[in-house]
Design a protein around this ligand. Structure first.
Ligand SMILES: NC(=O)C1=CN([C@@H]2O[C@H](COP(=O)(O)OP(=O)(O)OC[C@H]3O[C@@H](n4cnc5c(N)ncnc54)[C@H](OP(=O)(O)O)[C@@H]3O)[C@@H](O)[C@H]2O)C=CC1
Ligand SMILES: CC(=O)N[C@@H](CCC(=O)OP(=O)(O)O)C(=O)O
Length: 336
C-alpha cells in the first residue's frame, strides 16, 4: 500500500479525490488537511459530504507539525489548494522526497506568465522546469518519470482532448473554443458570483481567462477561448470550431481521432455530439465531431466532469501511471 495525504481535502476536488482513493486497491489515505484556521478543522469528511459515508477521516489543520507528519508518513501528496498555496507547499514536499500531484494552476505555465495570468510572481521557477503537465492521454511518459505533476485545469482538459489529435490538420485560422462549466468549477467557498440566485448562463473571463495560455502552451498554437458559467453543478462542455487545411478529407479526421481507440475512458463519435449527462459523475471524456469537407470546417464537442476528468480522476490516473499501475485502475467500473 502507498500512503497518500490530501491537502485541501474539504474542497470539491479534494473530497472527490479522497473518495476515489477510498476505492483504490493500492492507496491508503494517511491524512486529510485544511488550512491552519479552517472552520472545518476537526470535522470528519463524511460529515461535510454524507454522500461519501466511508470517509471518516478527520480534517487536520496544516500546522508545521502536521507537515512534518506528512513528510514522515506519506509517499504521495495531492495538493487540492489555491495556486499560490500549492506553489509553496510543493517546494517543501519535493524537498522531503515526496511525489507531488498539484491540482492547481501553480505549475502549469512558464514563470514569466504568472504575473499577467495569475497575478503573482512565481517563487519556484526552477521547479516549474521539472514539472510534468499531467494530461494523461498525451504525456504518460513524462508523468511516469516526474516527481511533480501539474494536473491540468478542467477547461484545458476538455479543450486539449478535442484539439490535440487534429493539431497537424489545422489551417492558420485560430481555433475558437466556447465552453460551459457547472458552478462546482469555482470551488466550495461562497461568493456572490456563484450564489444560487445570481448564476444564470453567462460568459466570463472574456479574452482574459488563465486557461487560454494553458491551452495554447500545450496545443502549441494560440486559440480563442471563452468560458461560460452555467446553472448546473457539475460538468464541462467545450465546443471547438476549427478551419482545417485545404484538401483535408473526412478520412483524415477519422484517422486522427483513432489515437484514443485504446484509451478506455474516452469515446469519440462522428456526427453525434456528447451531452453532459453521459459523463457527469464518471471519469470519462466523450467527444463528438462533424466535418464539412467542402468548407474545411470542423466542429468538435468535448464533455467531461470538471471534478473528475477535469481534476480528481485525472489526478488519480497520473498517480496510477507514476506508480506503474494500469492508467485506469479503479476508475473503469463506470459511474463513481
Ligand atoms: N473545482 C474544479 O472544478 C477544479 C479545481 N481545480 C483547482 O484545484 C484546486 C482546488 O479546487 P477546489 O477543490 O475547487 O477548491 P475549494 O475551494 O473547494 O477547496 C480548497 C481547499 O483548500 C483548503 N485550503 C485553503 N487554504 C489552505 C491552506 N493555506 N493550506 C491548506 N489547505 C487550504 C480549503 O479548506 P479551508 O479553506 O477550510 O482551509 C479547501 O479544503 C484549485 O487550485 C482549483 O483552481 C482544478 C480543476 C478543476
Ligand atoms: C466555473 C469556474 O469558475 N471555473 C474555474 C476553473 C476551475 C479550474 O479548472 O481550475 P484551475 O484554476 O486549477 O485551472 C475558473 O474559471 O476559474
Amino acid at each position: 500500500m502507498k500512503q497518500i495525504a490530501i491537502i485541501g481535502a474539504s474542497g470539491y476536488t479534494g473530497a472527490q479525490l479522497a473518495q476515489l482513493v477510498q476505492n483504490h486497491p493500492h492507496l491508503e489515505l494517511c491524512g486529510a488537511y485544511v488550512s491552519q484556521n479552517s472552520a472545518d478543522a476537526g470535522t470528519a469528511l463524511n460529515q461535510l459530504y454524507p454522500n461519501y459515508p466511508k470517509l471518516n477521516h478527520v480534517l487536520t489543520p496544516l500546522t508545521q507539525e502536521a507537515l512534518d507528519d506528512i513528510c514522515a508518513k506519506a509517499d504521495i501528496v495531492a495538493l487540492c489548494t489555491a495556486h499560490e498555496v500549492s506553489v509553496a507547499l510543493a517546494a517543501q514536499l519535493l524537498e522531503a522526497g515526496k511525489a507531488v500531484f498539484d491540482l492547481s494552476g501553480g505549475y502549469r505555465l512558464q514563470a514569466a506568465d504568472y504575473p499577467q495570468w495569475y497575478g503573482f510572481e512565481h517563487q519556484q521557477p526552477a521547479l516549474l522546469q521539472q514539472a510534468c503537465y499531467g494530461l494523461v492521454d498525451w504525456h504518460a511518459d513524462g508523468i511516469a518519470n516526474a516527481q511533480l505533476i501539474a494536473v491540468p485545469g478542467c477547461y484545458p482538459t476538455a479543450s486539449l482532448l478535442a484539439l490535440k489529435p487534429i493539431a497537424h490538420l489545422l489551417s492558420d485560422q485560430l481555433p475558437v473554443i466556447n465552453a460551459v462549466s457547472g458552478v462546482s468549477g469555482a470551488g466550495r467557498k461562497a461568493s456572490m458570483a456563484n450564489a444560487y440566485c445570481e448564476v444564470s448562463l453567462q460568459a466570463y473571463g472574456v479574452l482574459a481567462h488563465r486557461h487560454q495560455p494553458e491551452i495554447a502552451q500545450y496545443l502549441g498554437q494560440d486559440v480563442v477561448f471563452t468560458p461560460h458559467l452555467g446553472q448546473f453543478k457539475r460538468g464541462i462542455l467545450a465546443t471547438v470550431s476549427v478551419k482545417l487545411k485545404e484538401g483535408v478529407q473526412t478520412s483524415d479526421v477519422e484517422s486522427a481521432f483513432e489515437i484514443y481507440q485504446d484509451h478506455g475512458l474516452i469515446s469519440v463519435n462522428q456526427g453525434q455530439m456528447p451531452k453532459l449527462d453521459e459523463v457527469v459523475n464518471t471519469p470519462r471524456a466523450h467527444l463528438g465531431w462533424t466535418f464539412d469537407q467542402a468548407r474545411g470546417q470542423l466542429i468538435v464537442s468535448s464533455a467531461i466532469d470538471n471534478l473528475l476528468k477535469g481534476a480528481a480522476s485525472q489526478a488519480l490516473q497520473c498517480i496510477n501511471i507514476h506508480n506503474a499501475w494500469p492508467t485506469n485502475l479503479s476508475l473503469d467500473g463506470g459511474v463513481l
